[in-house]
Design a protein around this ligand. Structure first.
Ligand code: ADP
Ligand code: ZN
Length: 605
């Protein structure tokens, strides 16, 4: 569409330009002169009124002695002299005025230019444009099968990334150290008959730094780095992906030793035969081509393929066979130590205030990935810049943590007094239950300032990293989720729509306790429902029933049991500590937010 528009504009411009020329050119000969007949002209000659005459082809431009200008038209082919003779005028009179004969050559040339040459030029121009466009389209079609891999030149100092830029993840670094040594000095290994690994699969949640690791390996080994995403192989046409894979590997061979990094390999590497929809054939072909390339290149070629995925479970087993991606490096979500280290890396070029203890930040961010942490510090820096301050304080960082978890504050959101009161009771309910149950995480902050979708929020974060979750924790979490709803109900004897999100989460949690974690005593330690990955129209269709109707009923009963148990627990706590709820609500209505210290003070009394 775009070139067409451009051509259209050029065409219009050309038309206007030509029209402009024509009007100028034709205007020049008709300069407000009075038109007269030949007879009048001859009369004027006889009366000696004429000062000067200019002949322009068949037009006689007359300047009278009184300054007036006139034009007359004579017959073509007749000279002025013949004209006079034909009309029997006195030839002597002709000597009384000056005669200029203009060849009008410029006019003729212009005429010829506009009428003959210009049309050809315009035509030629358009043909040229058309040809060029067709050629462009051809070139694009030829490029279609080329890999879109971006080459990242780690040799340039400014974008060189090394392990110094990657904090934490010690085990992963150790495993990748081997790869670096292979790249640096392959002979050492081949001399003793060791095979160089071809593929390494980096497994980890989004944002844990898989791309960063791959770049750092390239930086440490001082080799070029090709970056491509699995989804880029997939196009509308079958065969394109495969040809891109071929092209990518050809490029990589030329640049050996080097690293090829395939991000999101699960986009192409899903188990063959699973899934619905059309892109299926294409994926299979692309995957096959990757396998062919991995098997095909000579083991002494120093190209190592790193691939990243956060779904190792869906990958085709053929990818993971020996000789392919047979090495697996797992990158976990960072522990508290690693989080501190990651924060330190990202705080390098940021002015931190002396109170900004990054360890405290790490304590408040369990479950955050490296990318989340980088984001938190960046948000904090933005906050500081907007405040026109020069240093990032701990408070700024805490604020941006909340922003990252809950979305931005909506201070402009106006709540009526009644809504505020309901929100305050609701949040007090969550907070009270969370505080009193030993297996629930401690309360960090309560607020009735709207944030994201929520009218208010209670921030309760575990203080330690958790690898496992216990049944008791789940049950406490369920009670905390219901705390808001229960508080509204006991105080106002009515409920609002504000609790619907809590109820949804609670229902899902209760269901997972039974079906996913197998924590129901009645139903036994098994899981229910086979969660299979199938992508259809971009959505995951999960769960296939692997149990009977009767069991389904039992599952429903169990879910209800857990739900009711948690409800009763929350209700008991809220009625017993009703006066604490009132204190919290008073403070909330007054201050809008309560920090951990103030909250603990309420219970210290
Ligand atoms: P992934 O590829 O796993 O989704 P990325 O490698 O793209 O994650 O990481 C995104 C960003 O998060 C990185 O650019 C980096 O700023 C930050 N990050 C992640 N992990 C770390 C880490 N261990 N050390 C330092 N920064 C990290
Ligand atoms: Zn709630």
């Amino acid at each position: 569409m775009k070139p067409l528009l451009k051509n259209g504009i050029i065409f219009l411009c050309a038309v206007f330009l030509i029209a402009g020329f024509f009007s100028l050119y034709s205007r020049s000969s008709v300069q407000k002169e009075e038109k007269i007949g030949i007879a009048t002209f001859l009369e004027e000659v006889a009366d000696e009124k004429i000062e000067r005459v200019e002949l322009q082809e068949n037009t006689i431009l007359i300047t009278l002695k009184d300054g007036k200008k006139q034009t007359a038209t004579k017959e073509p082919n007749d000279s002025l002299g013949t004209l006079m003779k034909n009309f029997n005028a006195d030839p002597e009179k002709m000597k009384k005025f000056k005669i200029d004969i203009k060849e009008n050559s410029s006019g003729f040339l212009l005429n010829a230019f506009f009428t003959i040459i210009l049309p050809f030029l315009i035509l030629g121009f358009f043909i040229f444009l058309m040809i060029r466009q067709i050629q462009g389209a051809n070139a694009r079609a030829m490029n279609f099968g080329m890999s879109r891999a971006r080459q990242f030149d780690g040799k340039k100092e400014e974008n060189r990334i090394t392990f110094k830029d990657v904090a934490g993840a010690r085990e992963a670094k150790e495993e990748l150290q081997e790869v670096i040594e292979f790249l640096r000095d392959p002979k050492k290994f081949t001399n003793v008959g060791a095979k160089i690994p071809k593929g390494v699969m980096l497994v980890g949640a989004p944002g844990t730094g898989k791309t960063l690791f791959a770049k750092a390996v390239a930086g440490e080994a001082d080799v070029p780095f090709f970056h491509v995403s699995g989804s880029e192989f997939i196009e509308m046409f079958v065969g394109v992906g495969a040809s891109r894979v071929r092209d990518l590997f050809t490029r990589a061979m030329k640049n050996a030793p080097c690293i090829v990094f395939i991000d999101e390999i699960d986009a192409v590497g899903r188990q063959r035969g699973a899934g619905l929809g059309g892109s299926h054939d294409e994926r299979e072909q692309t995957l096959n081509q990757i396998l062919v390339e991995l098997d095909g290149f000579d083991p002494s070629t120093n190209v190592i393929v790193l691939a990243a995925t956060n779904r190792p479970d869906v990958l085709d087993p053929a990818l993971l066979r020996p000789g392919r991606f047979d090495r697996r490096v797992v990158i976990d979500l960072p522990s508290i130590e690693d989080r501190t280290a990651i924060l330190e890396v990202h705080a390098r070029n940021k002015p931190l205030a002396s109170d900004a203890d990054l360890r405290k930040v790490a304590e408040r961010t369990p479950g955050f990935s490296g990318a989340d942490l980088a984001n938190v510090l960046n948000e904090a820096a933005i906050l500081v810049a907007r405040r026109n301050a020069s240093q990032i304080t701990l408070d700024d960082i805490f604020k941006s943590i909340e922003k990252v978890i809950l979305g931005p504050e909506r201070k402009s959101h106006v709540m009526s007094e009644k809504e505020k009161k309901i929100t305050a009771y609701h949040e007090a309910g969550h907070a009270l239950v969370s505080h009193l149950l030993p297996d629930a995480p401690p309360v960090q902050k309560i607020s009735i300032i709207a944030r994201g979708q929520a009218a208010g929020y209670t921030l309760n974060l575990p203080t330690e990293d958790r690898q496992f979750r216990t049944k008791k924790e789940f049950l406490s979490e369920l009670a905390v989720l219901l705390g808001g709803f229960v508080a509204e109900k006991t105080v106002f004897e009515d409920v609002t729509t504000g609790a619907s999100n809590d109820l949804k989460k609670a229902t899902r949690l209760a269901k997972n306790i039974v079906t996913v974690y197998g924590m129901s005593e009645h139903l036994g330690q098994r899981t229910f429902g086979d969660r299979e990955e199938m992508i259809f129209l971009g959505r995951e269709i999960t769960e296939q029933r692997d149990y009977s109707e009767k069991t389904a009923e039992h599952i429903d009963e169990e879910i209800t049991n857990f739900f009711n148990g948690a409800y009763a627990q929350a209700e008991r706590l809220i009625t017993t500590y009703r006066e604490k709820i009132e204190t919290i609500v008073q403070l909330l209505l007054e201050k809008e937010t309560i920090e951990r210290e103030a909250f603990l003070a309420i219970f210290a009394e």
